[in-house]
Structures are given as structure tokens and as C-alpha cells.
Design a binder for this molecule. Sequence first.
Ligand code: NIG
Ligand code: FE
Length: 422
Amino acid sequence: MLEVSKAVFIRNAAQLVTLKGSSDIPRVRAEMSELGMIENGSIWIEDRTIQAVGTDVELAAKYKPRLAEAEVIDASGKLVTPGLVDPHTHLVFAGSRENEFNMRLQGATYMEIMNAGGGIHATTRATKAAAREELFHQSYQRLNQFLRHGVTTVEAKSGYGMDWETELKQLEVAKQLNEQHVIDVVPTFMGAHAIPEDYKRRPDEFVKLLVEEMIPKVAELGLAEFNDVFCEKGVFTPEQSRVILEAGKRHGLIPKIHADEIEPYEGAELAAEVGAISADHLLKASEQGMKAMAEKGVVGVLLPGTAYFLMAESANGRKMIDLGVPVALSTDCNPGSSPTVSLPFIMNLGCLKMGMTPAEVITAATINAAHAINRGHEIGSLEVGKKADVTIFNVENYMKLQYLYGVNHTDTVVKNGQVVVR
Ligand code: NIG
Ligand code: FE
């Protein structure tokens, strides 16, 4: 029997941010400040889908005969936004690395720790050793925390295996999470996350393994939509990255790239050249690279939590927006460089560390984030026909969401038309 869920009527929000009108392409420049706001706004939800959006007066009249049958959520005095979208996480991992945090606070650098066999390699060892159930359980708990921070869709990368068995385990866990958790989990293959320790002296052989064996298998099994690479000095060169991303394209995997994070490496330029859907990090991206991204519509997924946690200067979000790059925001949730699930905190860093406005960071964490994972038609705005993913914050206007920082203002979350946090 088909499960018929009750209609949900969210009523009378002080501010209802719809972000209407950019399901086809991400927002750029001044468009990033257009929130499509409705005051005293309401939404009628049914069949997992948004059926109507408007003022409370309009919707109360329209649905008058059916008011009694709906679950009513009173949003008066509150802010309603599309469910937040996190377009870049390393969700599926085991263990934690507070010891490295302590080392970094005493002067060791992220790359030094990684080159000495820690960092990504440490999490890889823990993830290899973890039983599938344990990996699932830890990641499931993290998704619960994401949800409590208003996030309703999460991209998740593999890359803590770098051997077939463990990459497969991570991607299968991501699939299982997508099926069993209310959050939608969008999978990315990132076998090219580091050069595994036993390939240190023959990195091109690892590239060959990725290109000839792992990428085709991932695509064949339908386990990922995107193919990501850590293009960084001492990790994958731009040439190796190009080969890996082009191989993904031949197998239907859309390119993404960890670009210009620690040193300038023309990663932004490469993203534009290969037609990546997004280039992420971009702390050291060149102006030329930003312009190339703007021209090709490559979304810049900015991760100011990573810069904060690595005590580095953030990417220049302001400049990217001014140059016409569609900017999105993400936690980069991972155990080494950004162990957080709080996308609202990342939005605050977007304001205070990257010169973005409270309006721009909302766009960056909703509709533009949806475009960064090829979901602009489905989620990221509150429009008739879209998936009913909605977050209600306990603040009366969108500026206050950033102004009262460091507090989780998430009040209620509706995912797929069902109230999942209240
Ligand atoms: O996006 N830069 C590479 N990868 C991750 C960090 C992974 C880790 O340290 O475990 C990132 O920051
Ligand atoms: Fe990352």
C-alpha cells in the first residue's frame, strides 16, 4: 500500500525566503542578493512536494476547506528558508584526529603531518580497519547532526580508502545512508584524494589504476555521480588531475576538483578547462582562474571552515562574486581540516571572513549549493513542484541568522514533506 502522508502547512513566517527563479542556472553577482522574500509567508506541502507558496492570507483562503486535515506549523516570528544543501563533505570516515589538531596548534602544518603518514593517511587506515556497520553507524550519527543544523541534502565523497575494497565500502555505505537516512546523500568518487603510501614513488601507476580500473568500475556500478581530485602540490599535479577528470567524463562522472587550496596550482583554470561542475576551496586561486570559472559557470564551492580550522586566510569570496563566479558554501566536513557539520556557522564565516552579505550566504548554501551538485531543478528554492525540503530558524529575519552567531537557530526541519526535526 502506498504511504499517504499528511499535508503540511507552514504558516505565517516573518520572512519566507523563496529564492525563486534560478532552477536552471546558479545565481551570480547581484542575483545572489535577491532572496525572493515573502513577509507573512506560508507554504502548502503535499506528496513530498511544494504545492503552493504565498502570503498567509492567500494560502489560508486557497486551502480553507482543507485546513483541518493538515499538520499546521506556526512559523510566526520565524525565518523560513529552503533546506540547506551541503555540496562538499567527506561524510563517510572512521576515527578522529584531535591529536593532529593539537600538533597544528603547536606549529606543525597540515601538509607536514600528511607527508609524515598522518592526515588523510591516518583516516584511511581507520576507515580501512572499520567494519562496514561501524562506518555506517558513525556516518549516520553525523547525518543526524547535519539535520539538526538545518541541512537536508549532503554530498559525500569517498577517498579514505584509495584501494578498491575500501573505496567500494565507502560508496556502498553512502548509498545505504541515502536509503536509510532522511537526508539525501549525493555520492562522489574521490579515489584521487592522496597518493597512497605504497605508490609514493610511482604516482603515475596509481593514476593508471584510477583511470583504467577504479573509475570504470564505480561508473559501471552506478555508485557515484561525480569524480573529484585533490589537485595540490605534492598530491596530484594539474596534468594528472586532468587525466583523472577526463577519464571520469568518458564514464559519465561529472568532474569536481579540490583546487588551489594550499598553494596556487592553476586548479581554477583546470576546472574551467575540463568543464567541472564546481571547483572547491580556491584559497589561492588566481584572478585569471576566477575569470575562467565565471565564463564557464563553474560553481566556486567555498569552505571557510577549512581555512579557519587550518588557520589560513579564507578564499576571496567577495572578489569571486564580483567577478561573476557563482559561489556556494560548504562545511567540507572531514576529520582533518574541518570537523564540523554546522553549515550555519560556515555561513557566518562567509560573512566575516570572506566579505559576503547575509543575503549572499543564504543563496550560497541553498540554490547555488544545489547547482554545485546538479540538483538545481529539485531543491535549493521554495517553488511549486520542488521537493519539500524546508528549514525554519528561530530568528525573525535573515540578517539575524548571521548576526547572532555561534548559536544553532534551527527550529524545525521538513524533509521530503515530513516534519523530521521539531
Ligand atoms: O577537503 N584537501 C583535501 N581533503 C580534505 C581534507 C581531508 C582530511 O584531512 O582528512 C579537504 O580539506
Ligand atoms: Fe574536501
